[in-house]
Design a binder for this molecule. Structure first.
Ligand SMILES: Nc1ncnc2c1ncn2[C@@H]1O[C@H](COP(=O)(O)OP(=O)(O)O)[C@@H](O)[C@H]1O
Ligand SMILES: [Mg+2]
Length: 289
């Protein structure tokens, strides 16, 4: 099943000609705002634009990315970290050639990982010879070490909010923690579950206003908004992403727009080939932890 993931000299040659893998973490202050749906649907939308994604379910306790894709992973990240399984055995294939590194279900908190275990995880990912255009990390909600670690190790930190006050307050608390503990100053905002584009922009302005009141020296860029759409829940009940089940729905249009915006993001100036920049930052973060 995972044959094509093994080491392959030709892949490596191709990889050197490819642009680097952009690593994006998807976080939120509050749970249930739509992170997992964002990761899954963004990956499908990117695939439709010819881009290949690797998804890491880093929401270890509550990981459910596999459910949305209707796949049943035999193994998960804990088998990889214990050395029981190789990364080729742990990765599962979703639709459109999307690869998923599944989370455990409440067995072990990633926050308990030692610096060595984090570095081992990095080494496993680095050993993949298949290259990806984008790596999306579903970090889970809140300001646990898990979230801070993966957000700090990404090129871009996408923060998901809904138009509701609590999610905006908690998003600002998350950005404050990332600023104070990781020195992160640049964030990208996705507003999910909006009634209108106007409501999305209002939520963005509310985030910026609150960050300013809290005297956070950060920049927050508006990415896109995804409409509230019952088809999201309906498709999840069918173990599918809304992009697959209802491609013409309002929500699918939102995810498609998000994919286009993500592909237009400028690459960080210091980024080199492969996932090097991600690894270097992860290494720094692991050593600081
Ligand atoms: N745009 C949307 N419209 C309607 N329901 C949504 C939308 N996005 C997410 N949901 C629903 O909200 C709930 C939480 O979504 P999920 O992606 O699991 O959030 P998180 O990963 O942040 O906890 C799910 O029941 C999902 O179906
Ligand atoms: Mg989730």
């Amino acid at each position: 099943m995972h044959k094509e993931i093994g080491h392959n000299a030709q892949n490596n040659v191709q990889a050197e000609r490819q642009p680097p893998t952009r690593v994006i973490s998807i976080s939120s202050g509050k749970g249930g705002v739509g992170k997992t749906n964002t990761v899954a649907n963004l990956a499908v939308a990117l695939a439709r634009l010819g881009k290949r994604s690797l998804l890491m379910d880093a929401d270890l306790g509550l990981g459910n990315l596999d459910l949305l894709f209707g796949v049943q992973p035999e193994y998960n990240i804990t088998h990889l970290l214990s050395g029981a399984k190789t990364i080729d055995e742990v990765l599962v294939k979703g639709p459109d050639n999307i690869l998923i590194l599944p989370a455990a279900s409440g067995v072990q908190e990633l926050t308990n990982l030692t610096a060595d275990e984090r570095l081992s995880l990095i080494a496993h990912l680095e050993s993949l010879s298949v290259k990806f255009d984008i790596m999306l990390i579903d970090t889970g909600a809140g300001i646990s070490d898990n979230v801070l670690f993966f957000s700090g190790a990404s090129h871009d930190i996408m923060v998901v909010v809904t138009p509701h006050g609590a999610s905006i307050t908690d998003a600002c608390a998350l950005m404050k923690a990332l600023l104070k503990k990781r020195g992160e100053r640049s964030f990208k905002l996705l507003v999910n579950g909006v009634k209108s584009r106007k409501e999305g922009l209002e939520a963005y302005r509310n985030v910026v206003a609150l960050a300013s009141t809290m005297r956070l020296d950060i920049s927050v860029d508006y990415l896109a908004c995804v409409p509230f759409d019952e088809n999201v829940r309906r498709s999840a009940a069918r173990r599918m992403t809304v992009m697959e089940a209802f491609p013409e729905s309002k929500a699918s249009m939102g995810y498609e727009e998000l994919a286009r915006v993500v592909l237009d993001l400028p690459y960080p100036a210091t980024m080199k080939g492969g996932m090097q920049f991600f690894w270097r930052r992860t290494f720094d973060a692991a050593n600081r932890a």
